[in-house]
Write a protein that binds this ligand. Structure first.
Ligand SMILES: [Zn+2]
Ligand SMILES: [Zn+2]
Length: 652
């Protein structure tokens, strides 16, 4: 008998060689019908952070901790989607004889397979045919069979089949480790794991076709990449398609254009956003919103240049770590003089710390800057405002005494919670990123310091009642961190906000303070950015709100529309009155119909429309529409009061 430990800590004995499927069935038939794979961690293995995901049909032969994986689990989805790529390959093989296969992994949403159709034409119009075939084959309830093969046999098989891609992959594998998976008539080289059978796949949508070079090498064959997604229920696919449609409408690149917030120019350079006037106004609002809060929380503003000497980043360690893959040093007429575009603000802030002697009474010292940094992202990775080469961090660095670390950390958590509540990110989790349990040589700093920092994060998060997940191996090379993942209005996850403990930079920059007993001590540094960056935050906010910003943030808060030219003077007067009350109002008195003007303004997502005509002019009132809904009429004074109250409520 062997002991199986369940995620809740309970332990039950099973026959040696029991399978995941049998364990699930012993709990309930319903569970056995839903479970897709099993994560198994050998009890004797104390070094691994996680178990291995295996097929439900494989025997378990030693005392183990297990997790039965369903579609709801990330790993379960991965198995489901990867198995679906085999199903798609099988369908392709039956429809396009002679097709050759590259690789077919699961991805974040679905899967793809890179295929060589051997010259047979294939377009979007053919996807439906493949989908139909996949569903047909799925219904056959084909088992995924795992078979060990020798390297020689594998090479012979795929040579005979005429698949050079698989042969190339097999040549890189070690004999004795090679497995096939078979479903129906289809055999693939694969290490698994897979679903027990194809019948679990109930809904299929092939979503796109793209070109992809074999092994990502542009000198090699161009293959056809077919993307798809599958689900265990038809209703889940329907929901997904609705979500996809909604996500398209909310795409921040589309909204940014419609709302005239930002643009890109190839002449300026890839990944370098240009903020248009309306975007810049919105950006200032974001900055001022945080500045006010920082001011109340004891932060001190600083401003530092966009470049720094290469030596600064050699000292900080950034050059050794990222120098090769980043923007290269800037040379000057002075021989041997080199500067770097600033990839991080921290080294500059360390030098500000060093600019004066610091006493224990000066700490915590909190230096804040909206600092623009430059990072060389690969061109294929660039995406709207979420992945750019120049962005502005809402950065700050806290220099604290060891006994202040946890308190300071908790204060930052409070600040981030406030930001999330104002922007209505009500659904979030916090990820605690710690060191890899095994490979520790990649981290700089002493064991003792790392332990202190890791426990400070874990304890602060617990004391603040955060919903957390711990990820080993996700820490930065210089310290552990707490990252916030928010779910937006349509349920997509985004990473926003980060807090990071750092024992390393104070050491490298030889930062000191004089303690109460006169001795010199090293401060601890905390890096944090509630927004992450203004660019990324703007993108997430656009997709979260579909462009309907809260009133305080909207670049144009009010558009004043005279129904006809006759009332333009009154409209102008209203506009001036609103501007005098610090409301961002402008007038649209173009010689167009009211309907046309309203439609055009709706693209800008101006939250409030004020319409004035004969009646309003005679009575000194305004007709108000908020987000497309009539709000009745108010006098200018009533409107201003109501406006101020609304903004106040939004920010509380
Ligand atoms: Zn596979
Ligand atoms: Zn920093």
């Amino acid at each position: 008998m062997i002991n199986i430990t369940f995620p809740d800590g309970s332990v039950r004995p099973f026959e040696e060689g029991v399978t995941g499927y049998e364990i699930a069935k012993s709990i309930s038939p319903r569970l056995a019908a839903e479970v897709l794979a099993i994560e198994v961690k050998d009890a004797a293995d104390t070094t691994a952070d996680k178990g291995t995901v295996i097929d439900l049909t494989r025997p378990i032969t030693a005392d183990s901790s297990i997790r039965l994986l369903k579609f709801e689990d990330e790993e379960g989805k991965k198995v489901f989607w990867h198995s679906s790529s085999h199903l798609m390959a099988e369908a392709l093989e039956s429809l396009y004889p002679g097709v050759k296969f590259g690789i077919g992994p699961a991805i974040e949403n679905g899967f793809y397979y890179d295929v060589d159709l051997a010259g047979q034409p294939f377009s979007d119009a053919d996807l439906a045919k493949v989908e139909k075939k996949m569903l047909e084959l799925a219904k056959e309830k084909q088992e995924f069979k795992r078979i060990s093969v020798s390297k020689q046999d594998a090479l012979e098989y795929f040579t005979k089949k005429g698949d050079p891609y698989k042969c190339e992959l097999i040549n890189e594998l070690e004999d004795g480790t090679i497995t096939y998976y078979e479903n129906g008539q289809f055999t693939d080289l694969c290490r698994g794991p897979h679903l027990p059978n194809t019948e679990l796949i109930k809904a299929v949508k092939l979503t796109a076709i793209a070109g992809a070079y074999w092994r990502g090498d542009e000198n090699r064959q161009q293959l056809t990449r077919i993307y798809g997604i599958t689900f265990p229920k038809k209703s889940m696919l329907d929901e997904y398609l609705v979500l996809l449609e909604e996500a398209k409408k909310r795409d921040h690149r589309k909204l940014g254009k419609e709302m005239e917030l930002f643009t890109f120019s190839p002449k300026v350079g890839l990944g370098l956003p240009l903020w248009l006037p309306r975007g810049a106004v919105m950006r200032y609002q974001l900055e001022n919103f945080l500045r006010k809060k920082l001011n109340e929380s004891g932060y001190l503003p600083v401003v530092t240049p966009h470049i720094g000497s290469k030596q600064l980043y050699v000292t900080s360690g950034h050059y050794a770590k990222y120098g090769k893959d980043s923007f290269q040093p800037i040379h000057t007429p002075q021989e041997g003089e080199e500067y770097m575009l600033k990839p991080m603000n921290c080294p500059h802030h360390c030098e500000i710390y060093r600019s004066a002697p610091r006493s224990y009474r000066d700490l915590p010292l909190r230096l804040a800057e909206f600092g623009t940094v430059y990072r060389y992202e690969q061109s294929g990775e660039l995406h709207g405002l979420t992945r750019v080469r120049s962005f502005t961090q809402d950065d700050a660095h806290m220099f604290v005494r060891p006994e202040q670390l946890k308190d300071e950390f908790k204060k930052v958590i409070d600040l981030i919670m406030y930001v999330f509540s104002v922007f209505k990110f009500d659904n979030f989790t916090a990820q605690i990123s710690l060191r890899d349990k095994v490979n520790r040589e990649k981290y700089i700093g002493s064991e003792e310091n790392w332990e202190k920092a890791e426990s400070a994060i874990i304890e602060s998060a617990a004391e603040k009642g955060l919903k957390t997940v711990i990820e080993y191996g996700e820490a930065a090379f210089y310290g552990p961190k707490l990252d916030f993942m928010v779910k937006d209005a349509i349920g997509r996850k985004w990473q926003l906000g980060t807090i990071q403990v750092d024992y390393n930079l104070p050491e490298r920059f030889q930062l000191e303070y004089t303690d109460a007993d006169g001795s010199k001590k090293r401060p601890i540094m905390i890096h944090r950015a509630p927004f992450g960056s203004i660019e990324r935050f703007t993108a997430v906010l656009l997709e979260h709100t579909a462009g309907h910003f809260p009133l305080w943030l909207a670049p144009d808060q009010v558009k004043v529309l005279p129904v006809s030219e006759k009332y333009a003077d009154y409209a102008k007067k209203v506009c001036d009155l609103l501007n005098n009350s610090e409301i961002r109002a402008s007038m649209d008195d173009r010689n167009e119909t009211l309907g046309k003007r309203i439609r055009e303004i709706s693209l800008l997502r101006v939250p409030l429309l004020v319409i004035v005509g004969e009646q309003e002019q005679a009575q000194g009132t305004l007709s108000i529409r908020k987000d497309g809904v009539n709000q009745g009429s108010k006098t200018v004074e009533e409107f201003v009061d109501w406006f101020k109250e609304t903004v106040k409520a939004e920010l509380s």
